[in-house]
Write a protein that binds this ligand. Structure first.
Ligand code: XUL
Ligand code: CO
Length: 473
């Protein structure tokens, strides 16, 4: 029996289940390969010397009335971690992933990949995963077979989720990799490509619903243009709005109550993408009457590629009521492309987490690790190192954010700065009684003479840094 109080309750239960199914197998357990040679990852505190342990992320620790696990809602992504062999545009796969590459039995290989993925999720001890349709199920000889492969793998995922207690944060459809989507999915000049993408999204949404997903993501990977010489932005915008309207109708029809997210990204793979950043998505949703149907899934690296800070993207979304979820992977400050690295900067994450948790935290989304190992991180165990470090960084940033919220370090400074707008003049300006002429007359009559005040940026930066340095974890 596993009775280790450093393991989240759920994981200990799964291990007990695994123990009894192994003994029930009575000698036949050679059929159940173990892909990751490690014990489940435990919280051991900041002083541990064990590289395969959490130092900060303590799933069961209560912070402001909820466990860290409930606040952070961490998910592991299927695609980079289990479906990608470590290839790049200049070279082949480098990773040790025995579950990839068995082309003689694609469905057997898909089940093996899923066994490896769920073993990893359960040993890491995080509560959620995310997947694209094509990550979990191979293409068949025709589209009909592709759809039945997906259904079969969704059944298998349901069994694995039941066994391990791991849940689905969100599902999505890959409508960007296949050559049929080279000119876009919803925004393709060919309505047949639109129809094909619509079918894939329908099945992926139904799969997420069937697996109890908390939400569903649409990343418009090819929804953009390469050249304006052959592109009508107006036509493509109308197609995208039509697509999103159809998806929202279908969500209601099947009774899926999870939130729907669009994932802003300025470019890559296309030269220019229509979901450029939070503000662009917000304007699009407003223009096509889709506000309240879709929220944003903000990725740290996509924010920086768009010329913004991650803090900016989150603050914009929170303040405009479109905040949904986070992909926690970061970029490289010297590279202009999407490196999808594991988060390692508390400084970068803490101010953004401050916005999220000051506004009440997640309503449906969570922190998905849409993260990639570096291509030279060959070993299977490197997947654990990447996730453990990223999760501890996130947990630390969360504790800093909660400290800033509890002490009202930033909210008080912000409220004080705008206090005049709650006073007589501010309220008058905002009222229907005011006009430009009346305000101007008031300036003369009352000898209004504004005095500049310090924005105190450095003092505030010091407060944030002190919270980072002093926060007890
Ligand atoms: C691509 C990206 C995707 C989405 C899901 O940059 O972030 O992996 O998160 O399609
Ligand atoms: Co992403």
């Amino acid at each position: 029996m596993w009775e280790d109080n450093k393991l989240p309750g759920r994981v200990a239960e799964w291990l007990n289940g695994l123990g009894s199914s192994l003994s029930a197998l009575d000698g036949r357990c050679q059929t159940m390969a173990e892909f990751f040679k490690t014990e489940p990852i435990r919280f051991e505190g900041p002083d541990t010397t064990n590289p395969l342990a959490f130092r900060v992320y303590d799933a069961d620790r209560i912070v402001a009335g909820k466990t860290m696990e409930e606040h952070l809602r961490i998910a592991v992504c299927y695609w980079h971690s289990f479906a990608w062999p470590g290839s790049d545009i200049f070279g082949d796969g480098t990773f040790d992933r025995p579950w990839i590459g068995n082309t003689s039995d694609p469905m057997g290989a898909a089940r093996q990949k899923m066994d490896a993925a769920f073993e990893f999720f359960a040993k890491l001890g995080t509560p959620y995963f995310c997947f694209h349709d094509r990550d979990i199920a191979p293409d068949g000889a025709d589209y009909g077979e592709t759809v039945s492969n997906l259904h079969a793998m969704v059944d298998y995922a349901a069994e694995k989720m039941d066994e391990t207690g791991v849940k689905l944060l969100w599902g999505t459809a890959n409508v960007f990799s296949h050559p049929r989507f080279a000119a876009g999915a919803a925004t393709n000049p060919d309505p047949e490509a639109f129809a094909f993408a619509a079918s894939q999204v329908r099945h992926a949404l139904e799969a997420a619903h069937r697996l109890g997903g908390t939400s569903y993501v649409l990343w418009g990977g090819r929804e953009g243009y390469e050249t304006l010489l052959n592109t009508s932005m107006k036509q493509e915008g109308e197609q995208l709005a039509r697509f999103l309207t159809l998806v929202a109708e279908h969500k209601r029809k099947i009774g899926f109550t999870g939130q729907m997210f669009l994932e802003p990204k300025p470019q890559e793979p296309t030269k220019h993408q229509y979901d450029y950043d939070s503000a662009t998505v917000h304007g699009f949703l407003e223009r096509y009457d889709l506000l309240g149907e879709y929220y944003v899934n903000i990725e740290v690296n996509h924010a920086t590629l768009g010329g913004h800070s991650f803090h900016h993207e989150v603050a914009y979304a929170v303040e405009n009521g479109i905040f949904g979820s986070i992909d926690a992977n970061r970029g490289d400050p010297q590279n202009g492309w999407d490196t999808d690295q594991f988060p390692n900067s508390v400084e970068e994450l803490a101010p953004a987490l401050h916005e999220i948790f000051a506004a009440g935290g997640f309503k449906g989304g969570g922190f998905n690790f849409d993260t990639k190992l570096r291509r030279q991180s060959l070993d299977r165990i490197d997947l654990f190192h990447g996730h453990i470090g990223g999760i501890d960084t996130l947990a630390k940033a969360f504790l800093v954010a909660m400290d800033l919220i509890e002490k009202e370090t930033l909210s008080k400074a912000r409220t004080d700065r705008y206090a005049g707008w709650k006073g007589d003049l501010g309220s008058y300006i905002m009222s229907d009684n005011a006009s430009l002429e009346a305000i101007s007359d008031k300036v003369l009559a009352e000898r209004i003479d504004p005095k500049p005040v310090s924005g105190q940026q450095e003092a505030l930066e010091n407060l944030v840094n002190r919270a980072i340095w002093s926060e007890r974890s």
